[in-house]
Design a protein around this ligand. Structure first.
Ligand code: ADP
Length: 462
């Protein structure tokens, strides 16, 4: 069947068959009348007709020709029946051909629809899926697979090595072919980025038990692995942090028991060290409890409007004596504005930052707390000191658990290395963010934002 633009006169001239909807249809034409017949058929018709006429005329004249006449009439009847059946048959043939064509078309549409649905299902899977044929060539790779391996989805007919160049995976496929099943194999990728994948696979067997291909499913374990690593590091850090003061306490107690208690001067010094380390343990356990509460997701916040200036004054009051020991001046430069926060948690954030500013600030220096309205209804609070500051590469890391710029100094100051990670958690859980700026040798400034309390008006500081 040839598809044509329009049933032009040229088409009508050139088309040996029938034109319908601009299409030249290549089927046997139905014959309803002798005039639709082919030239050969017309010839037979004309020849038979002429002889009928001639012999008919003779028949009337000569009765001996009557049997021939009857024979001719029968022949004419057979011919008419033949042409009638031929027309009927051609009609039936055309309609059955049309039906077959319609059926084929709807079958093609159904197959295309099923394919589209399958593709949608496979591409919406979170797991990577790879289908191999009997010779180990890729038949199908879904979108998640392409994303996991950083390749295009069009890998059809390529082997694993050609498509991915990962020998470990190629060996796994070979193993799968002999063993027929792979469960929970962990594959570590380094490119395009570090990833851990769990691979499950099965060989596809045909009815006779012969290998027909293989299917592999890849689960991304990267997040779980990272969480596991963080947890392991955390446990190792906690154990280390607990062990140091505990072994000191144990050592001093043993020395006291061994006789040092008999020297009152030495005994007092040892007991003071024990007390200091016990306090350090206490602080560490308190911070760990806060972290566990924050991470459990059970943190209950009692959000309310907190006027900034009085809140800063209250924190200064708590740190007055400690600041006095280092002759540090405490300056409150906040404007009259309120934040929407939990009073206890807000106090915890401010105390941690002011504590650090005093701890790491210089002797006789100044600690300033300020706060003003920033963009998008957020209040920006800063805590600034004029101490040694923080090196640029550590500015982000100081918010990590147990990260310290100077470990010895932090411990000597009674630090746990958890204060800023608690601050970050608390600020974020109240809808804000936290960051630090510093110029080495010229102090450090810690900033955090919190939503402004609704209905509070900004008033300039007098
Ligand atoms: P720590 O209990 O050790 O103070 P933090 O989490 O509060 O733990 O602080 C992490 C580290 O960040 C500190 O050990 C210190 O090295 C550094 N740091 C924090 N605040 C300041 C500051 N104001 N000036 C200089 N360094 C600071």
């Amino acid at each position: 069947m040839k598809k044509l633009q329009a049933p032009s006169s040229k088409l009508q001239r050139n088309c040996k068959f029938q034109i319908r909807n601009g299409v030249c249809r290549d089927f046997v034409r139905p014959l309803h009348t002798p005039f639709d017949a082919t030239p050969l058929e017309l010839g037979i018709w004309s020849f038979s007709g002429a002889w009928c006429l001639v012999l008919g005329a003779w028949g009337f004249v000569l009765p001996m020709f009557w049997p021939i006449l009857i024979l001719l009439a029968a022949l004419a009847a057979i011919l008419v029946t033949h042409f009638w059946w031929r027309g009927k048959f051609a009609q039936l043939k055309e309609s059955s051909r049309n039906e077959v064509e319609t059926l084929n078309q709807s079958q093609r549409q159904a197959v295309a629809q099923v394919q589209t649905q399958q593709e949608a299902v496979l591409n919406s899977m979170a797991e990577g899926l790879l289908l191999l044929d009997g010779s180990g060539r890729i038949q199908l790779a879904n979108r998640a697979f392409a994303d996991l391996f950083g390749v295009s989805q069009n890998l059809r007919s390529r082997t694993i090595l050609e498509a991915l160049r990962i020998h470990e995976l190629a060996e796994l496929v070979d193993f799968l072919i002999t063993e027929k099943r792979v469960i929970g194999y962990e594959l570590k990728l380094t490119l395009p980025q570090e990833r851990w994948l769990q691979v499950n696979g099965a060989a596809i067997l045909n009815g006779g038990g012969h290998r027909h291909g293989a299917i592999l499913v890849f689960h991304d374990l990267t997040r779980l692995k990272k969480l596991e690593r963080t947890r392991q590091e955390f446990v190792a850090n906690v154990s280390h942090e607990l062990r140091t003061p505990l072994s000191l306490i144990k050592g001093y107690v043993e020395t006291l028991l061994d006789g040092a208690r008999n020297n009152p001067e030495v005994a007092v010094r040892f007991l003071q060290t024990i007390e200091r380390n016990a306090e350090r343990l206490n602080l560490l356990i308190e911070d760990l409890l806060v972290i566990s509460e924050l991470e459990s997701g059970r943190l209950k916040l009692n959000l309310q409007a907190i006027p900034l200036r009085p809140a800063v004054e209250k924190v200064f009051e708590d740190f007055k004596s400690r600041a006095g020991l280092k002759e540090i001046r405490l300056l409150n430069k906040t404007i009259e504005i309120s934040v929407q926060a939990d009073p206890n948690r807000f106090g915890q954030v401010l105390s941690n930052l002011v504590d650090n500013a005093i701890k790491y600030g210089r002797m006789g220096g100044t600690v300033t707390v300020g706060g003003e309205l920033s963009a998008a209804g957020q209040v920006e609070v800063f805590v600034e000191d004029d101490g040694p500051g923080i090196p640029p590469d550590a500015l982000e890391r100081v918010f990590e658990r147990f990260y310290r710029v100077d470990k010895a100094r932090s411990r000597e100051q009674g630090g746990t290395g958890l204060g800023l990670s608690i601050v970050k958690h608390l600020v974020q859980s109240q809808g804000g963010r936290v960051w630090a700026k510093s110029e080495l040798g010229h102090g450090a400034t810690f900033y955090f934002t919190l939503p402004q309390a609704a209905g509070t008006v900004q008033q300039p500081l007098l």
